[in-house]
Write a protein that binds this ligand. Structure first.
Ligand SMILES: [Zn+2]
Length: 421
């Protein structure tokens, strides 16, 4: 926890004098948690990131007068969000609802889950459980964008629901900063949660957030007769046809002229081809498609649960579907967070352009490390439907045998094997 109120703890150095800056106060105009800082040597004033979320790795410094962002980390995207939001500072009211779920009796800690990326918001929220389970000496306030309200776990003292769409998630809004100050000021002291960007799987239990119990891993049948397979659909990042070039540079131009006025159509064909191939293996296959965008019609025998926009009821229904799924399949991205947290196993399609973000979108269900390799597979995003079907078949049929071969009784020394016969 980072001391926040009344005076935050922040270690930033004046880029001109190399002197440690003096924290004077704090300002939270949105996703950014900032210390107000002054240089005692040159008198310059700054805003410095408090070390939460991405700023835990790369806390940046912004000069108040000039708007210049001092970025010693070379983290361009994070610096740009700060620079641009400050240059275009807003001051307008947005819906801000305070839900008092229990009486606050202790010092408070604020978990700020605002962000411009869906996955970032969700991952920050998963930090809530740590305070609920391990910090009985503090009361937790969670600030979330409204689309995450349904995932607030029991035990949170206050929920601040901010109706801030993702596309405005980087915005610097001084009205919002005043509102946050107004609600935090009554508390004598307040801390800020570090809001880890990649919380450890041991530190949260997804059921506490979604209310849905994940697939019981020990109930995977020995001889699977009706596998449940769920494809995660999105239309802004696609399962590419193996003939389709990656959408980069010249390739991108070539793609515009050679393929796909309707790329989602090709993706739909691939999904249907995958389902058809699996149906050859299992006549009673339970195959569903879940996700955002409904631009192509799917055959009636596919359980089509897609939506054009996120809505809470549907999201709960999606989680229930993941939790009944033997294997979820989808392209890399935050679309895989909740599916991977609930389903028994995952096959992810990941292109070279996403290698740098490997595993950041997977919420692992911890277990034996060898079995984890078996249950989490990663394959190129231009894989053909038939090859993907073979991989899924191998996984669906192979898990029981794999578990048998790797069972503790066959790899722990000191067991009397005569007794096992
Ligand atoms: Zn200075």
């Amino acid at each position: 926890m980072i001391p926040l109120h009344p005076v935050p703890e922040a270690k930033h150095t004046c880029p001109f004098c190399q002197t440690l800056l003096e924290p004077r106060g704090w300002h939270i105009p949105g996703m950014r948690n900032l210390a107000e800082l002054v240089c005692s040597a040159c008198g310059r004033e700054f805003y410095g990131d408090l070390t939460a979320g991405q700023a835990l790795y790369t806390p940046l410094l912004l000069e108040k007068k000039t708007g210049v962002v001092h970025d010693v980390y070379g983290i361009d995207w994070f610096a740009e969000w700060l620079r641009e939001s400050y240059a275009a500072r807003k001051d307008y009211s947005i819906p801000f609802e305070v839900q008092e779920r229990s009486t606050v009796t202790q010092p408070v800690v604020l978990l700020n889950c605002l962000d411009t990326l869906y996955g970032h918001c969700l991952l920050k929220l998963l930090n809530a459980q740590h305070y609920l389970d391990h910090r009985p000496d503090v009361d937790l306030i969670v600030m979330v964008p409204s689309f995450l309200e349904w995932m607030i776990p029991d035990g949170v003292s206050q929920v601040w629901v901010v109706d801030l769409p993702l596309r405005q998630g980087t915005e610097w809004n001084d009205w919002l900063a005043r509102e946050i100050r107004h609600h935090l000021q009554p508390f004598t002291t307040a801390s800020l949660s570090v809001a880890f960007s990649h919380p450890h799987p041991d530190d949260f239990d997804i059921e506490r957030f979604t209310g849905v119990k994940p697939f019981p891993l020990d109930e995977w049948p020995t001889d699977i007769e009706q596998p449940a397979v769920t494809v995660i659909w999105r239309e802004d990042r696609l399962w590419r046809n193996e003939r389709q070039p990656a959408s980069r540079g010249l390739d991108k131009i070539k793609r515009q002229f050679t393929f796909e006025e309707r790329p989602a159509k090709i993706q739909a064909e691939l999904v249907v081809a995958l389902a058809e191939a699996l149906r050859q293996e299992w006549h009673d296959l339970d195959f569903a498609v879940v996700g955002l965008g409904r631009s192509e019609k799917l055959p009636d025998w596919i359980n089509d649960l897609r939506e054009n926009e996120l809505n809470t009821d549907r999201e709960r229904q999606w989680c229930a579907r993941y939790a009944a799924t033997h294997v979820v399949v989808g392209v890399h991205g935050s679309n895989m967070l909740l599916p991977s947290a609930h389903a028994a196993s995952v096959v992810e399609l990941i292109g070279e352009d996403r290698w740098g973000n490997f595993l950041q979108d997977i919420l692992f269900r911890p277990g034996d490390s060898r079995e984890m390799f078996f249950r989490y597979r990663f394959i190129e995003d231009d894989v053909s439907a038939s090859r993907l079907a073979r991989l899924l078949t191998s996984l669906l049929r192979g898990l029981p045998k794999f578990r048998f071969l790797m069972a503790p009784r066959f790899c722990k020394h000191g067991i009397d094997y005569e007794l096992l016969r």
